[in-house]
Design a protein around this ligand. Structure first.
Ligand SMILES: Cc1cc2nc3c(=O)[nH]c(=O)nc-3n(C[C@H](O)[C@H](O)[C@H](O)COP(=O)(O)O)c2cc1C
Length: 184
C-alpha cells in the first residue's frame, strides 16, 4: 500500500478525479538543492533512472566556501527559519506533473533553499516525491516538512533517504517504482 499524504485542501481535486487519474507521459522534474554535492549525485541518478529533467535549486547569494564562516551563517539562518531568495531559473517547476524533490537534511529538517522553493512555486495538484541525504542522523522531519509546506500537493511519504550520496541500483529501482506507483 502506497503511503501518500494528501492535504485536506486536495480533496476537491480528488473529487475532480485528478489525484487518482492515471497520468500518461508525465512531465517529470528532479529538483534539488545541494550545498556540497551529495544530494546532486543522488538527483542525477534519479534523473537517469526516470528520464526526468534535472533542476538545480540555487540561492541568489551563494553561501561562503569557507566552512567556518558558512556554518556560522547557516546556524543563524536555521535558527531564524530564514528563507533565502532563489536565483531565477529557466525552467518553471509548475509545468511538471511529478516532482522528485531533493534536499540535504539540515538540523533534522529540509534545507532552507528547499523551503524557499516550496514557498515560491505553486505546486498545487502536483505529485511530489521527496529524497534526502544526511550524515547519519536520518531523514528527521524532512518528509513531513515537504508535506506541510507543499500546499495542495500529493506527497509520497515513502521518500528516499541515505547517508551521503546514492547512485547505485537501489536508488534507481526505488525511483522507477515510485514513478510507476504515482502514475497509476
Ligand atoms: C547546516 C547543516 C545542518 C546539517 N544537519 C544535519 C542533520 O541534522 N542530520 C544529519 O544527519 N546531517 C546533517 N547535515 C549533513 C548533511 O545533511 C549531509 O552532509 C548531506 O549529505 C549534504 O548534502 P549536500 O552535499 O547535497 O549538501 C547538516 C549539514 C549542514 C550544512
Amino acid at each position: 500500500m502506497k503511503s501518500t499524504k494528501i492535504l485536506a485542501f486536495a480533496f476537491p481535486l480528488m473529487a475532480g478525479g485528478y489525484a487518482n487519474a492515471e497520468i500518461t507521459n508525465p512531465n517529470i522534474l528532479v529538483a534539488y538543492y545541494s550545498l556540497t554535492g551529495k544530494t546532486e549525485k543522488t538527483a542525477t541518478a534519479i534523473a537517469d533512472a526516470t528520464g526526468g529533467t534535472l533542476y538545480k535549486i540555487q540561492v541568489a547569494k551563494d553561501y561562503p566556501t569557507d566552512t567556518k564562516e558558512r556554518r556560522k551563517i547557516l546556524e543563524k539562518e536555521i535558527e531564524e527559519n530564514f528563507m533565502p531568495p532563489l536565483a531565477p531559473m529557466d525552467t518553471n517547476p509548475e509545468n511538471y506533473d511529478i516532482i522528485f524533490l531533493g534536499s540535504p537534511v539540515w538540523a533534522n529538517h529540509i534545507s532552507l533553499p528547499v523551503k524557499s522553493f516550496l514557498a515560491k512555486y505553486n505546486l498545487s495538484g502536483k505529485k511530489v516525491i521527496p529524497f534526502v541525504t544526511h550524515s547519519g542522523g536520518g531523514r528527521g522531519q524532512s518528509f513531513n516538512d515537504v508535506a506541510s509546506l507543499c500546499i495542495n500537493c500529493i506527497v509520497d511519504m515513502d521518500g528516499w533517504s541515505s547517508w551521503g550520496a546514492s547512485t547505485g541500483r537501489g536508488v534507481k529501482k526505488w525511483a522507477t517504482q515510485q514513478l510507476a506507483d504515482m502514475t497509476k
